[in-house]
Structures are given as structure tokens and as C-alpha cells.
Design a protein around this ligand. Sequence first.
Ligand code: HEM
Length: 176
Amino acid sequence: MSVAQVLAWRIYATSLRSCGDDDCVCAACADGVSQPKSLCDRLGGPSAVSAVVSSFAGKALKDDRINKKFAKSDANRIVVHLTQFVELGTNCSGAKYEGRSMKATHEHMGVTDGEFNALVDDLVKTLDEFKVPAAEKTELLNILGGYKKEIVEKAGDTKTGTELPAKFKPAPTLKK
Ligand code: HEM
């Protein structure tokens, strides 16, 4: 057998093995191409992602460890854009993010490591309430955790509940 034939056989065998597995999108199996489900799909699709984000945002806005930072901001804008952001990050089909970059959004907010961790803690609690399995939970936390450097301005500072600096300027209110 030539190298090309061996490769062709391996690709064919992989596609056979994957069809019917949990991680196989069967529409994709029809042409012999297996495709793992997106994190969005494994979380239950865009409506489930949106429900998780709304619940998470509600928790964060009530959390005294971080909510001074939200005092000047439009809560509706945060929920709308955070939902789009998570939908895009988890690969929901057709997802589109219309907010600002993480760096520009959180600039002059003075977010500490402790406050970032408090927000992650709220997200973990939310995911547990929604009974999101460990693998999906870790995957989502890793995706969002990757933005830490762009959000935390006071690295190494474990304080929570710190004041919003006067020079922070919120983004405009979202027109409904
Ligand atoms: C992985 C963590 C985080 C992600 C993915 C995230 C994501 C976002 C997104 C997508 C927006 C909307 C941006 C827009 O409308 O243009 C936003 C806004 C905001 N975030 Fe975060 N954020 C994170 C952590 C934090 C933390 C730790 C705090 C504070 C303790 C915070 C405070 C805020 C505030 C106050 C706004 C409103 C900004 C404004 O009015 O301009 N965020 N965030």
C-alpha cells in the first residue's frame, strides 16, 4: 500500500468510527466527514448560553465584591454584548459580537486579580446551578480566562470591592 492509500484508509476509518458517537454531528457524517459538536451545542445551543449569561450577569451585579465597577454602566448593554461574546467564543452558529474589545471596555476600571477571580467564582456557581458538566465548564472557563490580561489592571492585587476610578468612562447606552 502506498503512503497516500494508507492516509486515505486512516481518514476513512476515522470517519466510520466517529459516526454515531456523541461528538458527531450526523449531518456532517453523511458525507463521511465527522465534526465534533461546538461548545455552544454541548451547552444546549444559543438559548441555553443566553440563559446562563443572564443568570451570571444577575449574580455579578448583586455581588458586592465587584458591583461598584458596574455603577456607571448600562446593564442592558453588558448583558446583550456579553451574551454575543460568549456565543461567539463557544462557536454558536451565526454568532456576532458588536461590543468593544476587552482591553478598551475594561480600561481605567482598575480591576484587581481578586475581582477577576470573584467574577469567575460567580460564573462557576452559575454553571453549577445549570448543571453544566465538568468538561464544558472547564472549556468555557479557559476561553474566558484567556482574556484576564486584557481585563485586570492591578495584577497581583487580591483586594475586592475596590472603587471605580473617576477616569473610567462607560460605553454609550445601547439603543433598544
Ligand atoms: C473573563 C472575564 C470578563 C469578560 C469575558 C467580560 C466581558 C465583557 C463584555 C463583553 C462587556 C460588554 C462590552 C461592550 O458593551 O462594549 C463587558 C463590559 C463590562 N465589564 Fe466585563 N468582562 C469580564 C470581566 C469583568 C470584570 C472582572 C469586571 C469588574 C469586576 C468587569 C466589568 C465590566 C463593566 C463595568 C462593563 C461595562 C463597561 C462599560 O460600561 O463601558 N468585567 N465585559
